[in-house]
Structure formats: C-alpha cells, structure tokens
Design a protein around this ligand. Structure first.
Ligand code: ADP
Ligand code: MG
Length: 353
C-alpha cells in the first residue's frame, strides 16, 4: 500500500514508464505521453571504459565503426548484459525525462519493463541501476504485462485476453485471466532473426552479401507473412560474393516471404503452443476477444491474417504497437492499487538517498 505521504508525493512527482527494449528504448511520462524513443545503443570510450553516448547518437557511431569507441546493444538478446551500461542508459533516460519538466519536483518514480524470464540477478541489476540512476522509487514489470496494459487489454478482469509482443530480440506471448498471467512464453525469435533470415537468403540464393541494416529495410519495405494483394519488388544492393564487386539484385516480396517463412512459422507455433496449454473455457474467451499483437515486429505485413488463419482466433495489431510497453509501464503508477499485483517483484523506494 502507498502511505498517505507517498500519495501526496505522487501528486507532485514525475511518474515515468521505461521500455528497455532490445531494439528501441522508450520513455513515457504521466500527462505527456512518449517523450523519448531511441535505439537501444550505448557508446563506450575504450580507454576510460566510460559510456559517452546513448541512443540515436550511439547508433550513428556504430555505423561508422570508430576504433577507440565500443558500441554495445546491452539488451540485444533480451537480456541485461552489463550493469554499468544499463545504468548509464537509465541515467541518461531519467535525466532527459526530468529535464523536460518545468517545475522543481522530487526525483521520479520509475516503472521499468523487463523481458519476462530474466533471472533474479538481472532483475536486481535493473532495479539497482534505476535507483542509482536517480529514481526515488523503482518498480519492475514484465514487458508482455506492460504491453497488454498499454494496448488496453482487460488484464484486471476475469475474462481471458492474449497479447503477443514481437520486438527485435524476443517474442513474448502472455494470456491473462482472473486478473493475472495464466500462461506465458518467451522465445528468441523476433525482428532481428527475420533480418538475419534475409541476409542468409540473399547470400544463398543471390550470392549477395548484405548487412543487417539493409536486410531490415527490405523486411520493412516488402516483407510479409501472408500473400499481398499486390506483390512488389525492390532493388537490393550489396557485394557479389563471386566477383567481390558491388551489385544490385531485384528481389520480390514473394521471395522475401519465403525467406521469412521459417521465423514466421516459429512465431505461429509459439502461439499455438501457448493455446495448447490454455484451459478450454479460456480459449473460448480468446475466441471472442482475439489476439492482440504489439511491438515493432507485429507490423510485418500480413501477420494478422496469417495468425488469424492458422490459429482460428482473430489477430489484430494494437494501436501504436511500438509504444505499448512504455505507455503500459507508465500507467501502472496511475492505478497502482489495482495494477500492483501485476508487477514483477522487487518494488521499493530508495532509502539511501
Ligand atoms: P524491442 O521491444 O525489442 O526494442 P521493438 O518493439 O522496438 O523491439 O521492435 C523492433 C523490431 O521491429 C525491429 O526488428 C524492427 O525491424 C521491427 N519493425 C519495425 N517496423 C517494422 C515494420 N513496419 N515491419 C516489420 N518489422 C518492423
Ligand atoms: Mg519490446
């Protein structure tokens, strides 16, 4: 329970929700919406081992590959790999969110979305990082839970609902009923894997070597999970593996769908698998409420139709699918009494400050 003092504090405090995604980091502030949306990159100066840039600027450095700077993606595989880097990122985000307020207010309360299935040690690391990065109170929430809240699913109600959050590094499936999670699944197949599929396909079928950024562009431009009303093509530039020379190949959306088919199948199987373990009455609920898709990966063309057809439950992409986790995390503090039981443990204010 919040004490009366906490409640009073809450009225004047900055409440922020943070989505530490494998691909993108977002911050939402109560009353303002999304204030930060940047790639999850951190640039570290090799000599001093100090983080020097975070977000878009760090990603820019990454593409230029400077020799005295190490650019890391600390959350790439959905796991928080390094405490200092995560702390630097959180510090940057909290400071930036704080900067945008006009009145002097106490240090913020922060809810951080973490991939489901992270270890207790990792949870502790994120929590400590948030506190040492300047949060007055920190709370953790599993990303699919935050995504479901952000997408407006009735997670507090008795009836069942289902979210599939497809990010860069992980796809998380969660089924809710009776105010909590009943079933959850997390796999390491999501947007990044699709990019790798395209890199592999271009190499094997066209002898063309391309990088992941190019593959991602191809995926976004012509990728799909279901036949398109009008199939298209686009030129893809890379290096011919036989001649070693630059080359451009015209590739069709049909080919790219084939390239992505393995990953898409794994995604669909993961959903089927979760449904297999779901009690029948709950499945009946889901047939009414449908499956809500969130995360950048859910924007792959035709994924809704593909899921609808394969699992026989209607799939729909949430509004503003890429911001669901940050918005959902931010909303927890607004409705703390009802939503607190959906938090992922480790909730506490900092006492040492
Ligand atoms: P995370 O939560 O892991 O940071 P996001 O939810 O931000 O991930 O989604 C990032 C992923 O979404 C990337 O793999 C990106 O390529 C993919 N993505 C973004 N837009 C699209 C699109 N229109 N079609 C297909 N994939 C997309
Ligand atoms: Mg995410």
């Amino acid at each position: 329970m919040l004490s009366p003092l906490d409640y009073l504090f809450g009225l004047f405090s900055l409440d922020i929700g943070i989505d530490l995604g494998t691909a993108n980091t977002l911050v939402s502030v109560r009353g303002k919406g999304i204030v930060i949306n940047e790639p999850s990159f951190v640039a570290i100066e090799k000599r001093s081992q100090q983080p020097i840039e975070v977000g878009a600027r760090a990603k820019e450095m990454w593409s230029k590959n400077p020799k005295d700077i190490l650019v890391v993606r600390p959350l790439r595989d959905g796991v928080i790999s390094e405490f200092e880097v995560t702390e630097a990122m959180l510090h940057h985000l909290i400071a930036k969110a704080h900067e945008q307020t006009w009145v002097p207010i106490p240090r913020p309360r922060v809810v951080v979305g973490i991939p489901s299935g992270v270890t207790e040690v990792e949870k502790r690391a994120v929590f400590d990082a948030a506190i040492s990065a300047g949060a007055r109170e920190a709370y953790l929430i599993e990303e699919p839970v935050a995504a479901a809240i952000g997408a407006g699913l009735p997670v507090q109600e008795t009836r069942g609902s289902m979210i599939v959050d497809i990010g860069g590094g992980t796809t998380e499936v969660a089924i809710f009923s009776l105010g909590g999670i009943v079933i959850s699944r997390s796999i390491r197949v999501a947007g990044d894997e699709m990019d790798e599929d395209i890199v592999r396909y271009m190499r094997n079928k066209h002898n063309l070597l391309i990088g992941e950024p190019t593959a991602e562009k191809v995926k976004i431009q012509i990728g799909s999970a279901y036949p398109l009303p009008e199939e298209t093509t686009m030129p893809v530039k890379g290096r011919n593996l036989v001649t070693g020379l630059p080359a451009s190949v015209e590739v069709s959306s049909i080919e790219i769908r084939e390239a992505l088919s393995g990953s898409v199948e794994i995604l669909v199987d993961n959903i089927k698998d979760a449904l297999d373990d779901t009690p029948p009455e709950l499945v009946a609920d889901l047939m009414d409420s449908g499956i809500v898709l969130a995360g950048g990966g859910s924007l792959l063309r035709g994924l809704e139709q593909r899921i609808t057809e394969e699992v026989n439950i209607r799939g729909t992409v949430a509004d503003d699918a890429m911001t669901c986790v940050a918005r959902g995390a931010g909303r927890v503090l607004e409705d703390y009494n009802n939503l607190r039981r959906l938090l992922a443990g480790l909730e506490r204010g900092s006492t040492q400050h």
